[in-house]
Design a protein around this ligand. Structure first.
Ligand code: M6R
Length: 609
């Protein structure tokens, strides 16, 4: 977690660091800070809060200087407050450190520094340890410091270090957390994500595992953990996402909800060949013959991606008849898995940087499984770890709560399920039957997005609730979970999603007139059973908001309110059904005055386990 930015060059560092922190805020935003090298020493400004609140309080004249480091934090060690914010310094203030990741031997290092060197710690962070370790050897050159830090510190981390007396120098260290160096004209930059270098660097080079680098105005020199110099030239870098804007929408989240029809239109065109009626997934790097030999599929993911994966597992079983399960990536090492070449492990992730998913992939490859990704960021670590991946093609998602990537994941996993069916089946592809529904889907999504204004009454019903229930069945069990997560994340209303049939086994005790229930109705047998669940809730004086197809005449007699969407194939319906739930969560959050794009306590990309 956390974002690191560094600058050394001819310009004032502060504005570059502030902009970098802003661009990296998706990695956490509970506090932020900068450190700048000046002739008299290092000067630090930091506090709890978001960069847009903090930056105006930082005086450019006081924080003048052309070498500096910056940080945006998602708390792991210690509460989000000024003391625990980065940069962390040693007692003399001659060293400043920013850090992303976790030191795993922090207790031993901390106790050693207290016992052997009389160090008194002021923060609860593990980062402060590094500042004290560096300060113990003030005359060491940067290469010796880099070697020493990598040999003393265990865990997964990225560090940027400034030292007094080394005005034009930043030391960057990487083990497990990403760091990329950008080279521009008369300046060199460092960042956790290449996106933060947009507009300044024209060449970039990524630090690899167990490497450190010394950045100066003239460029970068990279070293291995033993201090041996590595020759790796920066490569050309062009990034036009710096042109990204909200296009008049008040929030990124709303803009991204509105982008869905277009993104899905592109994805349908890319994935489904209407002429040959076959699914195109050429990038996954597993041959059709190998795919046909797959005996089981494990999908590993977190949060919203895990709900998409739940849908994916059901679709794979339904279309291809291959046993498939979804495992929370953080539990994969604790879930006995049958691995080997006949197991396909599918990592589903927007950012491609989620540490739990990377750890699950490690288990998968050690067990000899085939690995693929369903990813939205081509340059991500997961993209580099898996054998091949399905690109979600959603474009950058800035809102912390996932919206357009969720529907992109559903359609991508649908494509994988159909592909598995094609390579294993002898008959025609299921696409023969599904193509008309696929073609119609983006327009139906567009209508559902456009119907946001009709939600006013429902928003009023929900906005003062403290608790909510979401019920769905079959392919829409995932929709219930995702709808509830969106409501929780955006509006802070406590919301739980359930497979509707589970209600009677306990959660029904929660039903009351004050607890609205969103019921996703579905088709066929699912529809009949969902009607039963709606009746059960109404019989206990619960209020039901149904999400149902436009031609479902019965539901209006059962539910208190009905949100209508188009009629499609049951396996494509979750893509349609989630749209009003996204809009509802967004509108309710807005009414409740919540920070829609950056909800409290969250981060867009969770890079700690
Ligand atoms: O980048 P990833 O898709 O791997 O992230 C997984 C989860 O952290 C993410 O989906 C999270 O649940 C979002 N806040 C959902 O809106």
């Amino acid at each position: 977690m956390c974002g690191i930015i560094g600058y050394v060059g001819d310009s004032e560092a502060l504005p570059v660091l502030v902009e970098g922190i802003r661009l990296l805020s998706y990695r956490g935003y509970d506090s932020a800070g900068v450190a700048i090298v000046q002739a008299a020493g290092l000067i630090v400004a930091k506090d709890k809060g978001r960069i847009d609140e903090l930056a105006p309080t930082w005086d450019r004249r006081v924080l003048a200087g052309t070498t500096g480091i910056g940080h945006t934090r998602w708390a792991t060690h210690g509460r989000p407050n000024r003391v625990n914010a980065h940069p962390q310094s040693d007692a003399s203030g001659r060293v400043a450190v920013v850090h992303n990741g976790v030191l795993e031997n922090d207790i031993a290092l901390r106790e050693g520094l207290e016992r052997d060197h009389g160090v008194t710690f002021v923060s609860e962070t593990d980062t402060e340890i590094v500042a004290h370790l560096v300060a113990l050897a003030p005359r060491q050159d940067a290469v010796s410091v880099g070697v020493r830090i990598l040999s003393l510190c265990e865990g997964r981390f990225a560090l940027a270090i400034l030292r007094h007396g080394r005005p034009g120098e930043i030391l960057a260290v990487r083990r497990g957390s990403p760091l990329v160096v950008g080279v521009g004209r008369g300046e060199t930059l460092l960042a956790s994500d290449v996106r933060a270098l947009a507009g300044r660097a024209d060449r970039v080079v990524e630090l690899e595992e167990n490497e450190f680098a010394v950045l100066t105005r003239e460029g970068v020199t990279i070293y291995g953990a033993d201090g041996a110099r590595k020759v790796r030239e920066p490569v050309a870098y062009v990034y036009d996402e710096s042109k990204l804007g909200k296009d008049g929408f008040p929030h990124w989240t709303l803009k991204e909800i509105h982008e869905q029809p277009e993104r899905l239109r592109d994805l349908v065109a890319v994935r489904f060949d209407p002429v040959h009626k076959r699914t195109r997934l050429d990038e996954i790097a597993v041959s059709d013959a190998d795919l046909a030999a797959i005996e089981r599929v494990d999908l590993v993911a977190c949060g919203t991606a895990s709900y998409a994966a739940l849908y994916g597992a059901r679709a794979i079983e339904a279309f291809a008849g291959v046993p498939a399960r979804v495992v929370a990536a953080s539990e994969y090492d604790a879930s006995p898995a049958v691995l080997g070449r006949q197991t396909l492990v599918v990592a589903v992730s927007q950012s491609g940087e989620t540490a739990d998913v990377l750890a699950a992939l490690d288990v998968a490859s050690k067990g000899g499984a085939r690995t693929i990704g369903v990813l939205n960021v081509r340059s991500s670590r997961i993209a580099k770890t898996v054998e091949g991946f399905i690109d979600i093609h959603a474009g950058p998602e800035v809102g912390v709560a996932s919206t357009k990537v969720y529907t992109g994941m559903l359609l991508s996993l649908f494509a994988l399920a159909v592909k598995l069916a094609e390579v294993r089946g002898r008959g025609p592809s299921p696409l023969e039957r599904l193509l008309p529904a696929l073609r119609a889907l983006p327009d139906q999504v567009e209508r559902a997005v456009g119907a946001g204004a009709d939600l006013k009454d429902v928003v009023r019903d929900v906005q003062r609730a403290e608790h909510m229930l979401y019920l769905g069945r079959g392919p829409d069990h995932a929709t219930a979970l995702e709808g509830a997560l969106k409501m929780k994340e955006l509006s802070y209303i406590h919301a739980e999603g359930y497979a509707a049939g589970e209600m009677k086994h306990g959660p029904i005790a929660l039903v009351s007139p004050e607890v609205p229930t969103a019921a996703i109705i579905g088709y066929g047998e699912h529809r009949t059973r969902m009607q039963g669940s709606v009746r059960e809730v109404r019989a206990r004086e619960g209020t039901v908001i149904a999400i149902a197809a436009e031609d479902d005449a019965d539901i209006a007699k059962l539910a208190n309110r009905v949100i209508r969407v188009g009629t499609t194939d049951p396996w494509l319906a979750p893509i349609l059904h989630v749209i009003p739930l996204q809009l509802l969560a967004y509108e309710v959050a807005k009414r409740r005055g919540c920070d829609v794009d950056q909800p409290r306590n969250l981060a867009k990309s969770v890079t700690v386990q």
